[in-house]
Design a protein around this ligand. Structure first.
Ligand SMILES: [Zn+2]
Ligand SMILES: [Zn+2]
Length: 452
């Protein structure tokens, strides 16, 4: 097998891996880099420019895996895109939103090449989907050769799949983004057992261990307690959330906490793409039973849209819980605006529940510990920091020791590291080399082809 990582910047970046196994040319994922702009956000597709892909496989619908897929399918209009049933409906919705964001950025930042693809390209991609059920292999033929593709549930987010390829009794497993813990809306990962020949492993959380004594469920308890405290002191509580997955999970956590009398009834306000994703989740539940999210919950909680008139520094007139995207408080998003209203008032609180990149407003607010003001640059507003700011670890990724345990259990002959910052990959490289001396560990250079 030959493997080329097309993610040109390394780190987490724009995920896309090209593998050649026997006669089969297969692309796994085609993402967009969340922090780069324009063409620089794309994987480097040069190595596959003159290649006719036999199969494309989509693991899940986060944009770092999905965001450039319409460009690949535009060049490979006959190639099946193998994915799970939830992804088939979520992918077009996420991509259409991405087009709208790119169009806005074209205006704001003068990026001439945006949007990188069109609604027509997304419609074309939709026709190419070939849905597979989890844990049910499908055989694909080329001449006299055949390859089997099996998708396994990877937890992480609705639809997320790990990918197993079987060619001439060789088993290659791509973990994709994976979470072993169950979420309130989604069971945890159920990855294939060993032995496997090659494991391509995500390394997102390699740089840090979870704080000792803390688990996902104890973090949920802490979050509910903190929301309760903010409401009790008469404040509003902002929870910035990712639209796909985290918003729906937070709704469910609040709903259950209320039913158990752990949170008082209070108004809930919500906004952003995530509200639309709630509708999709409800449809996916009814169709596939793969996720556990019921839209009627939002009606019972009377979730309301945001008040339109928010002004920086002027406290929100309606007190309650604000569950709004984006999760990292990126400028121009609802969570950015809600934060600018709520931060100067000591009764209020902000609860971060996921990863915040250090370059985003959320990351900067968390880093600016000890400083007494925070500057919202898009609004040109310097806010006194008086609301409480807390962070809860509800990550969608497995802990590093869980991934090591899995890697050991499947006894691979080789492990390829992916989807991690440099320090995260370095930790895995050292740890795996020490524990698994019979296994070849590869931390691939971008755009270099390796024989594995
Ligand atoms: Zn992901
Ligand atoms: Zn990812």
């Amino acid at each position: 097998m030959q493997l080329t990582d097309l993610n040109r910047h390394g780190e987490i970046g724009a995920n896309s891996i090209f593998v050649e196994i026997g006669p089969f040319k297969i692309l796994i994922d085609a993402g967009l880099h969340p922090k780069q702009m324009g063409y620089d956000a794309l994987p480097d597709f040069e190595p596959i420019e003159s290649v006719d892909l036999d199969l494309i496989i989509l693991t899940h619908c986060h944009l770092d895996h999905l965001g450039s897929l319409p460009i690949v399918t535009a060049h490979n209009p006959q190639t099946p895109v193998i994915t799970s049933a939830p992804n088939e409906s979520l992918a077009p919705r996420m991509l259409r939103n991405s087009i709208n964001v790119m169009k806005r950025q074209r205006e704001e930042h003068g990026i001439g090449e945006y949007p990188l693809f069109t609604h027509r390209n997304v419609a074309q991609l939709s026709k190419q989907f070939s849905v597979q059920r989890f844990e049910k292999g499908e055989i694909y033929l080329k001449g006299k050769e055949q390859i089997e593709v099996i998708l396994h549930p990877a937890g992480h987010v609705a639809g997320a799949a790990a990918v197993e390829l079987i060619y001439k009794h060789r088993r290659i497993v791509f973990s994709g983004d994976v979470l072993f813990d169950a979420q309130r809306t989604l069971p945890g990962a159920h990855l294939p057992r060993g032995p496997v020949d090659t494991l391509v492993l995500e390394t997102t959380r390699g740089a840090k261990n979870r704080e000792s004594g803390r688990s996902r469920s104890s973090e949920v308890d802490r979050l509910i307690d903190q929301i309760g405290k903010v409401l009790e002191r008469g404040g509003s509580c902002l929870i910035p959330v990712f639209a796909l997955g985290r918003m729906q999970e937070v709704f469910k956590l609040i709903y259950e906490a209320r039913n158990f009398g752990r949170l008082p009834e209070s108004p809930i306000y919500a906004a952003g793409l995530g509200m639309d994703i709630c509708n999709y989740f409800d449809q996916i539940r009814r169709r596939t039973r793969l996720i556990d999210f019921d839209l009627s919950m939002l009606k019972r909680m009377q979730v309301k849209p945001l008040e339109p008139q928010m002004r920086p520094g002027r406290d929100l007139t309606k007190k309650g819980i604000y569950v709004v995207s984006s999760g990292m408080m990126v400028a121009h998003t609802p969570s950015y605006h809600v934060a600018a209203s709520l931060l100067p008032h000591p009764n209020n609180g902000i609860c971060f529940v996921g990863y915040c990149d250090p370059d985003t407003a959320g990351g900067q607010l968390l880093a600016a510990d000890g400083e007494d003001r925070f500057y919202f640059d898009v609004l040109d507003y310097s806010a006194p920091k008086r609301a409480s700011i807390d962070r809860f670890d509800l990550s969608g990724h497995a802990d590093r020791h869980e991934l090591i345990e899995y890697a050991e259990s499947v006894e691979p002959r080789s492990i390829v590291l992916t989807h991690g910052d440099n320090d995260a990959r370095a930790w895995f490289e050292t740890e795996l080399a020490e524990r698994m001396q019979q296994t070849a560990i590869l931390n691939p250079e971008p755009l270099t082809t390796y024989e594995i």
